[in-house]
Design a protein around this ligand. Structure first.
Ligand code: CU
Length: 474
């Protein structure tokens, strides 16, 4: 692939199974590509060994984004929010100050911590602050993230820019990956209306709001120049509703972890579908010197009928270039590790409780439900007991895909439409395609309390597709 990719109107996607796709001219028309900026690091203070204290302020901030100045809502003045980098076993004291004109809060997405701390029912009023104090659990190494979770306000606050990555480092190095250079990619789309995030229009509340700017770490089509041939990428989809179907020209991905949980062994995949909220950790071995595009291939999540031919749908036939990887070095990449982690296997284990959850869309308008009910924070939808192993059968009866997310308790996907999954992996978001029933195993471990499960298309969550789970002490 020639390095003057940016001036070409189309290119063949090689080795991805998507040959012949057109790459969006709009997306590759950027003449001056910027380097990939790493997320700014949240400066925490280590008061004593193992205790990290950090401050996050949510406020309207003018930032430079896609060749324009825009007033976004940010954490700590940066878009995306700053990286909280901690270690397994650390105690974290994170203080959120709300300088927004409305209430907000924090969800620590992916961290297995008590619901009383990661509390979606708590709201921090404007001008006030709250402290989130928790222990980073063993086994949580990997990429997680934080974002607001006040019901009814999530979609607008997230779209306006409020999201940031959390990287948990293992207590002891478990991977033979020291030869790879490590990067965090926060995928987040945005649409500007003048110098502000575009407001939600009525169709956005039904289909989920997408922006035409598909940004990586807040930058349009950045370039990552690799100093080594092996790249370890932690990728987060922090978008409201946009799915990313990722492919890298001429290369496969070696999938290392899903939603921050290591696989037993690396799995070679040609592409990765990331629904909102999902993360993937991959090893990329650049096989030769050259320039390779990271592409977002078309994916039909079922929102097309609601799109009315408007732009930014992601359902056309065009692939969009998200960023460029450049390998300059002659050095050959290191070999792959063969074993990553020991992963418990819940297949075939007897469940204490089996439940069905039906995801529903109202025929008209933008209302969403689970088991026929819209979210009510005062109601208990599922009651259980600490220590139970539950099997949930999540059935999507709607016309769109819905990425299902459960707080606090990671789960394993057992089957899709009765077909067993081939690999055992831990997840906290699973995409449930339309007309699909996904069966998951949910061990309710360590923490009792009341929390939520919901669709991670933020508009669907705000419009009712959420329920409560109350786990009594064992
Ligand atoms: Cu949904």
């Amino acid at each position: 692939m020639s390095p003057n990719l940016g001036r070409r109107q189309m290119l063949r996607v090689l080795g991805t199974g998507a040959a012949g796709l057109l790459v969006s001219r709009r997306a590759i028309a950027q003449q001056a590509q910027l380097g990939l900026p790493p997320p700014r690091r949240l400066r925490g203070r280590r008061l004593e060994p193992g205790l990290v204290q950090a401050e996050l302020t949510a406020a309207a901030t003018t930032v430079r984004v896609a060749d324009a100045w825009a007033e976004l809502w940010t954490y700590g003045g940066s878009f995306p929010g700053p990286l909280l980098r901690v270690r397994e076993g650390d105690r974290v004291r994170l203080r959120l100050t709300n300088q927004l004109p409305e209430e907000t809060n924090l969800h620590l997405h992916g961290l297995h911590i008590p619901p009383a701390v990661d509390n979606p029912f708590l709201a921090v009023p404007p001008g006030e602050a709250a402290t989130y104090e928790f222990d980073v659990p063993r086994g949580s190494r990997g990429l997680h993230w934080y974002h607001p979770h006040v019901h009814g306000r999530v979609a607008r606050q997230l779209f306006a820019g409020l999201a940031g990555p959390i990287l948990v480092e293992p207590a002891t190095a478990e991977f033979a990956l020291s030869g790879a250079e490590e990067h965090i990619l926060v995928l987040k789309d945005l649409e500007l209306d003048g110098d502000r995030p575009a407001p939600h229009l009525p169709p956005d509340w039904r289909r989920g709001k997408e922006g035409s700017l598909r940004l990586v770490n807040g930058t349009l089509d950045p370039v990552l120049v690799a100093t080594r041939g092996a790249l370890r990428l932690h990728i987060l989809n922090a978008s409201n509703a946009r799915y990313y179907r990722l492919a890298l020209q001429e290369h496969a991905f070696h999938l290392l972890a899903t939603d921050g949980h290591a696989l037993a062994t690396p799995v070679v995949v040609e592409e990765i579908l990331l629904a909102p909220g999902e993360r993937a950790e991959v090893l990329v071995l650049l096989e030769r010197q050259g320039t390779f595009a990271l592409l977002d291939l078309p994916y039909d999540r079922g929102a097309a009928m609601m799109m009315g031919g408007m732009g930014g749908t992601g359902v056309g036939r065009e692939a969009v270039q998200l960023m460029t990887l450049v390998r300059r070095t002659e050095r050959a990449p290191r070999l792959l590790p063969t074993a990553l982690a020991t992963v418990e296997d819940f297949r075939g284990r007897p469940a204490d409780v089996t439940r069905g959850l039906v995801l529903g869309e109202a025929m008209m308008g933008a209302r969403f439900s689970i088991n026929g009910k819209e979210f009510d924070p005062t109601r208990v939808d599922l009651a259980s007991r600490l220590g139970n192993l539950e099997i949930w059968e999540i059935e999507n009866r709607g016309g769109m895909d819905h990425p299902f997310h459960l707080h606090t308790y990671p789960f394993q996907v057992l089957s899709r439409n009765g077909v067993a999954e081939s690999a055992v992996v831990w997840k906290d978001v699973v995409n449930v395609r339309r007309s699909e029933t996904v069966q998951i195993a949910v061990p309710l471990r360590d923490f009792a309390g009341r929390t939520v499960y919901h669709c991670h298309i933020a508009e669907h969550e705000d419009q009712g597709m959420m329920g409560t789970l109350d786990v009594a002490p064992g």
